[in-house]
Design a protein around this ligand. Structure first.
Ligand code: KIV
Ligand code: ZN
Length: 520
């Protein structure tokens, strides 16, 4: 198995720690299904002890996913391990690829002293105890030495060996703060493997953050030096500057098989659809020049390059766009498509609507869209289902209708009808542009006082009749949420996104942060 590289996706856990990226249970399920299709080995579905909602989402994923191991994070304490064990239980019953508990504790002097307020021997004891307790739920236990990058090497060797003796089967070495660089990180991995007496009994894993822009390079250096699992996220989402991006790690290893002694089982043609789905659900747009999944990743602008590619593609292309799924956004349905064709297409896309009512509502939206837009693509359907999902899940505020006047030399004005817990309300306002007028109108009635941190709009498909997908990031009392809305009319999409963000602020979901608090 030494030539197999395991891909551990933590989009639903570390990725969810990006500001405002928190996802509902159904959104997580949709992403988990797509990750399974992509062929990831492990889906870290969340942190069960964070909140009952997180535990519920992990349980639902563990009940559904068959082709990937479903994992929950747990700090090295009894409460967290019991919560994680309970949440992954459906996956551990032997039907699918199983359930994993990923337990961790910080091992650096600064974390042990200032955050945990524990002595090193207490940390070792807690780690061993956590692994042993986790084994009561599953035999697939992973241990991470948080902040390994700033940990003393002798202490790391000691704690890791104790944990392996307690029978952890995957051993992860995280660069929690994104501090390392490739030569050092590769050396650290190599030394650990050399010095830990029982190192041959585990799969070594790497988990790198991107604070200095080197998460992917560091992960690859670890692989060159013996790591056989990479922890990564779609589009590089994650705490602060994010994690190593899955698509870059996977394609680097596959494209340079001459350099790497291993490969993953990822179906690369699912990379772009997965990236788009995650971007649309989390509201984190992908920058156009992002490797592999950015809109320009395969666009040749210079005449010399275009000429070269036309004569012989490999003059300027090291990968084929179609191999990473760039042409997977197929023309799907049109105005005359029926309910059955619509339902079949959703199933093909891995979208499961849990009731006839939800299917009917989505089909009605599809017909409306098909009236305005001649060609409906896979990405349109994903956005439409997301939009329906938001409306169904968080019902407090819902857009009914709106009128916006914008004319050269005049002050833009918006008039909006929306429902607040079923009661229709009218809002009107002016602003420096139509979007500003829309948000001011809504605020004049809702009075959330939230700060607008980010507004972004992206075309879902190409063409001037494309749907616009808007993200609105709001902050209120220290909470940050992203709201999304999609529509052919970007002002309408903006109003939907603003209301979606308000709905998220309204659902007071309290969650613990995995890296906060005392470990035992
Ligand atoms: O970055 C990190 O150290 C983590 C741990 C919880 C594994 O995410
Ligand atoms: Zn992390």
């Amino acid at each position: 198995m030494n030539d197999r590289l395991f891909i551990f996706d933590t989009t639903l856990r570390d990725g969810e720690q990006s500001p405002g990226a928190s996802m509902t249970r159904d959104e997580k399920l949709r992403i988990a299904r797509q990750l399974e299709k992509l062929g990831v080995d492990v889906i870290e579905a969340g942190f069960a002890a964070a909140s009952p909602g997180d535990a519920d989402a992990i349980r639902a994923i563990a009940e559904t996913i068959q082709g990937s191991t479903v994992c929950s994070l747990a700090r090295a304490n009894e409460r967290d391990i019991h919560a994680a064990g309970g949440a992954i239980k459906p996956a551990s019953r032997g039907k699918g690829a199983g359930g994993r508990i990923h337990t961790f504790i910080a091992t650096s002097p600064i974390h042990m002293e200032k955050k945990l307020r524990m002595q090193p021997d207490q940390v070792v004891e807690a780690a061993v105890k956590a692994v042993k307790l986790a084994l009561e739920y599953t035999d697939d236990v992973e241990f991470s030495a948080e902040d390994a990058v700033r940990s003393d090497m002798d202490f790391l060797v000691l704690i890791v060996d104790e944990v392996i003796k307690a029978v952890a089967i995957t051993l992860s070495v995280p660069d929690t703060v994104g501090f390392s660089f490739p030569a050092l990180w590769g050396e650290r991995m190599q030394q650990l493997i050399e010095r830990v007496p029982n190192s041959g009994k585990v799969i070594w894993s790497t988990h790198c953050h991107n604070d200095l822009g080197m998460a992917v390079a560091n992960s690859l250096a670890a692989v060159m030096n013996g790591a056989r699992q990479v922890e990564c996220t779609i589009n590089g989402l994650g705490e602060r500057a994010g994690n190593a991006s899955l698509e870059e790690v996977v394609m680097a290893v596959r494209t340079r098989r001459d350099v790497f002694p291993c490969d993953s089982r990822i179906d690369a043609t699912q990379i772009v659809p997965t990236s788009k789905l995650v971007s649309s659900i989390t509201g984190y747009p992908v920058q156009p020049n992002k490797a592999i999944v950015g809109a320009n990743a395969f666009a040749h602008e210079s005449g010399i390059h275009q000429d070269g590619v036309l004569k012989h593609r490999e003059t300027y292309e090291i990968m084929r766009a179609e191999d990473v799924g760039w042409h997977a956004n197929r023309l799907t349905l049109g105005k005359l498509s029926g309910r059955n064709a619509f339902k079949t297409k959703l199933t093909e896309l891995g979208i499961v609507l849990d009731s006839e009512e939800a299917l009917n509502a989505a089909f009605a939206r599809f017909k409306e869209l098909a009236d305005k837009k001649r060609e409906i693509f896979d990405d349109d359907l994903q956005a439409l289902v997301s939009d329906e999902g938001y409306a169904a899940e968080h019902e407090r505020f819902k857009l009914v209708s709106m009128k916006v006047c914008s004319e050269t030399g005049e002050i833009p004005r918006a008039q909006i009808a929306f429902t607040d817990d079923g009661t229709e309300k009218q809002a009107s306002g002016t602003g420096s542009g139509p979007i500003d007028a829309t948000f001011k109108a809504l605020e004049s009635v809702v009075e959330s006082g939230a700060d607008l941190l980010l507004y972004s709009v992206n075309a879902i498909t190409s063409g001037t009749d494309a749907q616009g997908e808007v993200t609105v990031r709001l902050a209120q009392d220290g909470r940050v949420v992203n709201g999304q809305g999609a529509d052919i009319d970007i002002v309408v999409a903006s109003a939907k996104a603003y209301l979606h963000a308000l709905n998220k602020l309204d659902s007071k979901r309290e969650r613990a942060h995995p890296q906060a608090g005392v470990a035992v």
